[in-house]
Design a protein around this ligand. Structure first.
Ligand SMILES: [Mn+2]
Length: 400
């Protein structure tokens, strides 16, 4: 059988909401035409409690895809939960859908509606012309709980079937950020194929001598360097153990790292402009360009002096441009760095903020008749923004 392996749709992702839905839909439509089984490795939704309009998007997509004609049928289900359909669309909840154990999540909702089978801590068996494929899934859990979960549920391959192990975690070989993260060799043995989600860029590797695949997300989320590759999913042939990456039309993402060492703001601006103009913009969807400025600014200039907003505005018809200035070293970033390094442990962030605020006010010869600490508290207030702003304006600028 051919298995389509997809992951991380992040439907509802605010920043690129339309992209998330459009790209997930395209991937699912192609998958339903070109594969016998669709397997989704978690994070269908971007958050735990999707808004009704986001649920509607997902329901409309899964309703449509699950009503297509599939020759392969679900013939077996054992484990947590219940199965309500024969349609071979199999998914697990990811870390974005995860709720506390035994609480229902949004994958349970799609499962109950019969649009897919939730394989979280369960084995789903699919049959087509006498061939069996068995999928054992474990939904995303906190990294430190994953090994314990494997020990509890003891995933076993099923005899006489092609066995796929499906999960949604970091894997140490690709994200070595902690002791708790599982290593490939610690994954359960005996499966013919290992499929993971969570990591948003594509990975092709081996585990216990078998193929290990991460398809990556179908939508751009983190604007990281590794996300410049084209999005899509794998189609895996169980008879030959071969696979290929099926690309979808995803919005292009380009990351531009620009060295601004010893440049003045005007020079930086023209350097950025020049680099942006080199990127082709012929695609139907505007590309997302992330400009990362790195290096130490020319003496005498500060971060704030670089007026880059004009650049994003002047290109807004052809591209979505985001400019990151955090790689710049100057007085401003030194202050942020002090905070990060915990050099100010004895001082609360708020007190440190007040200190900076007072210093800046003094530098600017602030002499209005409002207590600076009160002003700080008002400006930092999270509540009733409009009323707060009116109050500040009143205090500062009304005649006594
Ligand atoms: Mn994800």
């Amino acid at each position: 059988m051919n298995i389509a392996i997809l992951s991380d749709f992040h439907i509802g992702y605010e920043r690129f909401r339309e992209d998330a839905f459009r790209q997930a839909s395209e991937a699912m439509e192609i998958a339903s035409r070109e594969a016998d089984i669709i397997v989704i490795a978690g994070d269908i939704f971007d958050y735990r409690h999707p808004k009704p309009e986001v649920i509607v998007e997902a329901v409309s997509l899964f309703k449509k895809i699950s009503s297509q004609k599939f020759t392969a049928k679900v013939v077996g289900f054992e484990g947590r939960g219940k199965c309500y359909t024969e349609v071979p669309i199999i998914a697990i909840p990811g870390t974005h859908e995860r709720r506390t154990a035994d609480e229902t999540d949004s994958i349970d909702l799609l499962n109950l509606a019969g649009y897919l089978v939730n394989a979280n801590q369960a084995r789903v068996t699919v049959e087509k012309n006498g061939e069996l494929v068995s999928v054992y899934g474990i939904g995303g859990v906190a990294e430190e709980r994953f090994k314990e979960t494997i020990n509890q549920v003891k995933p076993q391959p099923s005899e006489g079937a092609f066995n796929l192990f499906l999960f949604h975690q970091s894997v140490y070989e690709f994200l070595p950020f902690g002791e708790n993260i599982i290593k490939l060799e610690e994954l359960p043995k005996g499966f013919d194929l290992y499929v993971d989600g969570h990591i948003h860029s594509k990975v092709e590797s081996k585990c216990h001598g078998k193929n290990f695949l991460i398809p990556g997300s179908t939508v751009l989320t983190q604007l990281k360097e590794g996300e410049q590759e084209e999005k899509g999913f794998f189609i895996y042939d169980t008879k030959t153990n071969t696979y290929f990456f099926r690309k979808i039309n995803s919005r292009k993402f380009v990351m531009l790292k620009i060295d601004i060492a010893n440049l003045a703001p005007a020079e930086i601006k023209s350097k950025v402009e020049e680099q942006i103009l080199k990127i082709p913009t012929e695609n139907k969807e505007k590309p997302i360009i992330r400009v990362v400025l790195e290096g130490r600014l020319k003496e005498g200039f500060k971060n704030i002096d670089i007026g880059l907003k004009g650049i994003s505005d002047s290109h807004s018809a052809n591209a979505i441009i985001e400019i990151t200035k955090s790689g710049i070293e100057s007085q401003d970033s030194k202050e942020a760095e002090e905070l990060r390094n915990g050099m100010l442990e004895s001082v609360s962030i708020r007190d440190y903020g007040v200190g900076l605020f007072l210093k800046k006010l003094a530098e600017n010869k602030y002499d209005l008749n409002v207590n600076p600490s009160l002003l700080f508290d008002l400006l930092a207030s999270e509540e009733k923004k409009e009323a707060t702003i009116n109050r500040i304006m009143g205090l500062l600028f009304s005649s006594p």
